[in-house]
Ligand binder design. Structure first.
Ligand code: FAD
Length: 498
């Protein structure tokens, strides 16, 4: 029995679409495999890109390591700022907030994470705010930042998505990627199997290829329209299905974190860049009209509006298969989870690195396709659960939207994690997890879960030793914090405007 889905050796790779996904894939493939393959990217200026996607998570460092990018050059080219986490405002309750930082909070024991010791300390009146034990969190709220030696602050970036695309385009073209401008008007397939063989552009030019990456965004021109792969909606758990995005001028120094501000029917983001601020609203069209959402957004931005808000329609969910025949979907064509935890660019990067790891050698094998699809699903389902957590665990009951979120059934995998934490403050990592214990604990406690119990190991410590243990961490954080410059000042010194 043969497991080859397509016995043709691959020489020509065609990337359809040149948004963040298209250019990240082009850059990564050119860097890793470019000497062996002819890589061509097709994009249409007339169609344009989705134009949002400006907050990232620390995994992006690995992408830049692969590409061997110079950090200073990247920051200058994309008007980037640093990001230490996300401030969640009005999520647990109106008027309350918490912070999900990228940092590590304290140091635990092999039996139990730091939060168990903090919970015991709080019970005995020995612990202060949970955030006092995390440098990234304190630095974010104090608007401080510096690049510290290895093991220092764990950080990501906010950047201008359009500038990032242009930056990666220059990088890819320097490595030999060919770019073709034009609208794809026809997709050619083999009559028997349906493999894609070429794309015809509106100019009449035909681009043939052996392997295709669908980066055409929500249109999903190849994987969805040509190959007919279905889309699984997760709207029963993620009620938001529209977004509005608007850019404004900066009126204050950029904070090193994203703001996520909940509304009665969705939430709003604020992403500070060096030269402007990215703002947007994610909302449920069943609970608010586009006009009311637009008004709420414009009432809640600072600075001058640079361009009229644009409505973006989406369905949260995942393509049933992201690799079929000789097409792999990466980016919005593969699925979309709202940007609450800034995970889409990470998923593009994961799609790329997974593809490089499983790249077809002598023909395409069904086993590689199955493995790719399995890993892709595992990783997006983990993120899906983490995002649902923010909506589901809330004390808010002030609108239909929040009551529905609070009362809905959630996936069993998430229900188990919530119950385990509620009962015993435990978190058990699973294969494919992107967010580790520290993230889950911050969000679960931040959204209002108070564990009924915590690990008995913490009771081995008497008051003096527990107080000393917690106090040492807190003082160390406070001492390091004082050495950090202001975020704004750091950017100006690290990469002054040219
Ligand atoms: P697109 O940007 O839509 O690019 C599609 C490309 O395909 C374009 O070049 C287009 O011209 C081309 N194309 C389409 N059809 C044709 C055709 N017929 N012929 C030729 N070319 C064609 N992600 C994050 O990580 N962080 C965030 O903070 C974040 N915020 C977001 C906010 C919102 C409201 C939304 C909707 C998404 C957000 N994302 C975020 C996701 C992020 O924007 C995307 O993952 C990322 O931009 C990748 O998009 P893409 O390249 O897949 O699609």
């Amino acid at each position: 029995m043969t497991s080859a889905a397509s016995p043709q050796p691959i020489r020509r790779i065609v990337i359809a679409g040149g948004g963040t996904a298209g250019w990240m894939v082009a850059a990564g493939l050119a860097k890793c495999l470019g000497q062996q393959y002819d890589i061509c990217l097709v994009e249409s200026e007339e169609i344009g890109t989705v134009g949002v996607g400006e907050a990232t998570i620390p995994t992006l460092h690995f992408m830049h390591e692969i590409l061997d990018l110079e950090e200073k050059e990247f920051i200058q080219a994309t008007q980037a700022t640093f990001k230490l986490g996300i401030s969640f405002e009005n999520w647990r309750n109106v008027g309350e907030h918490y912070f999900h930082s990228f940092g590590k909070t304290g140091q635990g024991h092999w039996t139990a994470g730091f939060h168990h010791f903090w919970l015991e300390g709080r019970k005995r009146g020995l612990a202060s705010d949970y955030g006092d034990y995390c440098l990234e969190l304190r630095a974010a709220l104090d608007k401080r930042f510096a690049l510290l030696p290895e093991g220092g602050l764990n950080y990501a970036y906010h950047f201008d998505a359009t500038l990032y695309g242009q930056y990666l385009r220059r990088f890819s073209e320097d490595l030999g990627v060919r770019r073709l401008e034009g609208k794809i008007v026809q997709v050619h397939q083999t009559p028997e199997q349906g493999d894609i063989t070429g794309l015809t552009l509106d100019s009449g030019v035909r681009v043939d290829g052996d392997f295709f990456i669908d980066c055409t965004g929500m249109r999903a021109l190849l994987i969805g329209q040509a190959l007919g792969v279905g889309y699984e909606s997760w709207q029963q758990w993620l009620p938001c299905d529209r977004a509005l995005a608007v850019q404004t001028t900066s009126v204050e120094e950029p904070v090193p974190y994203t703001r996520s501000i909940a509304h009665p029917w969705g939430w709003q983001w604020r992403i500070p860049l060096q030269h402007r601020v990215g703002n947007g609203l994610v909302f449920s069209s069943r609970h608010v009209s586009d006009d009311d959402a637009r008004r709420a957004l414009l009432d809640n931005v600072q600075g001058e509006v640079l361009r009229e808000p644009r409505v973006i329609h989406f369905t949260p969910g995942q393509r049933e298969a992201v690799w079929k025949r000789n097409v792999v979907a990466i980016g919005l064509s593969s699925g979309f989870l709202e940007p609450l935890e800034s995970t889409s660019i990470h998923l593009i990067q994961k799609g790329l690195t997974r593809l490089v790891e499983l790249f077809p050698t002598d023909g395409i094998f069904q086993s590689d396709i199955d493995e790719y699809n399995r890993q892709a699903r595992e990783s997006i389902e983990h993120i899906r659960d983490f995002i649902i957590l923010h909506y589901h665990v809330t004390h808010r009951a002030d609108s239909d939207f929040w009551r529905r979120c609070r009362d809905m059934d959630v996936p069993a995998s998430l229900q188990h994690r919530i119950q385990l934490f509620r009962d015993s403050a435990r978190f058990v990592p699973a294969a494919g997890d992107l967010f580790a214990e520290n993230s889950w604990v911050q969000v679960m406690m931040g959204q209002g879960i108070v564990p009924r119990a915590h690990h008995p190991i913490t009771r081995q410590m008497d008051n003096a030793s527990l107080s000393d243990f917690l106090g040492t961490v807190r003082k160390d954080v406070a001492r390091q914090l004082m050495k950090l410059p202001r975020h704004q000042q750091f950017i100006q010194q690290f990469c002054p405007a040219p």
